[in-house]
Design a protein around this ligand. Structure first.
Ligand code: ATP
Ligand code: MG
Length: 279
């Protein structure tokens, strides 16, 4: 039932951000209460696969890794994915990076400079909370560099991701979409609760006013950077229980595709048992 979620979310050429039902639950026809036990079981499965990925890198010459790229407008639920989905696995095997406004040092380099430095080591799941895609999203919408500069980045990103895939990294690219109305609700909740003030950023309202421009920029990202080696997944995210289950499934799908196994012992088990018992 749930592996159809991954299938249903894959971006299909011609699909439009504007036409997306952000409250839909593609591939899952149950309600929140039905999802809870499924989520628990699938989180366990994810943790098991992550352990195998980690273990594989301790074996001979296995350099594989997984990179989860999370994109979405403010309050789309990226933080919840990190807390609840990534939080279900052993932090030892996770390399998490949030990408905010570039520092002066970062701005002195090519836009992929800080991205390359944050790539997951072999055996790890890298998590990008925002990513190199900001360089064709906010940068495009806000005219932070000339059009010919951001315009060239789609191809540069594709070439970069090709390189990653060729070196053993499986990309799981996820664009989370909420409705304008749902974003308002979420941001209001932050203002209604003093323990959530820290999550509120007055600048989010300014970005919110540019919603159509962001939709257009997201559409261009999907159209130009969804490749067969690194496809995008479009996740309706008004229902948080769904987006969590969906992204759990996407990670499981990627990890199962690696056909992982625990590395064989590089010592003689019987001999070691004897030595240990005699010690
Ligand atoms: P939350 O969703 O919880 O608010 P956040 O991801 O928005 O978290 P913030 O530190 O509030 O985290 O914001 C990061 C900001 O940095 C975003 O507005 C994002 O668009 C911006 N940003 C990220 N990368 C770039 C970039 N390359 N150039 C300019 N701005 C960027
Ligand atoms: Mg923010």
């Amino acid at each position: 039932m749930t592996s159809t979620i991954a299938e249903a979310l894959r971006f299909r050429p011609g699909a439009t951000v504007a036409g997306l039902d952000t409250s839909a639950t593609p591939g899952f026809d149950g309600a929140k209460a039905d999802a809870a036990p499924v989520q628990a079981a699938r989180s366990e499965r994810l943790a098991e696969l992550q352990e195998m990925l980690y273990a594989s890198s301790k074996g001979a010459d296995d350099h594989r890794s997984v990179l989860l790229v999370l994109q979405g407008m403010d309050a789309a639920g990226k933080g919840g994915i990190v807390k609840h989905v990534v939080g279900a696995v052993n932090p030892m095997g996770v390399r998490y990076t949030a990408f905010g406004k570039p520092t002066p040092e970062e701005l002195e380099h090519d836009f992929l400079w800080r991205i390359r430095r944050a790539l997951p080591p072999p055996g790890h799941i890298g998590v990008f909370d925002r990513s190199h895609y900001e360089d064709v999203l906010i940068v495009r919408v806000r005219n932070l560099v000339p059009p010919e500069v951001w315009g060239a980045r789609y191809d540069e990103i594709n070439a970069f991701e090709r390189e990653l895939v060729d070196s053993g990294t499986t990309l799981v690219k996820v664009a989370m979409f909420i409705s304008l109305e749902e974003q308002k609700e979420q941001l209001l909740e932050r203002l209604d609760d003093p323990t959530k003030y820290w999550k509120y950023n007055p600048g989010d309202v300014d970005e919110r006013l540019l919603w159509p421009q962001y939709q257009e920029a997201y559409q261009a990202v999907l159209d130009r950077t969804s490749t067969d080696y690194a496809p995008w997944h479009v996740v309706p995210a008004d229902r948080r229980w769904y987006s969590r289950l969906a992204i759990t499934e996407l990670l499981i799908d990627a990890l199962e595709g690696l056909d992982l196994s625990y590395p064989a012992a590089d010592f003689d088990v019987a001999t070691e048992r004897r030595r240990l018992l005699d010690s």
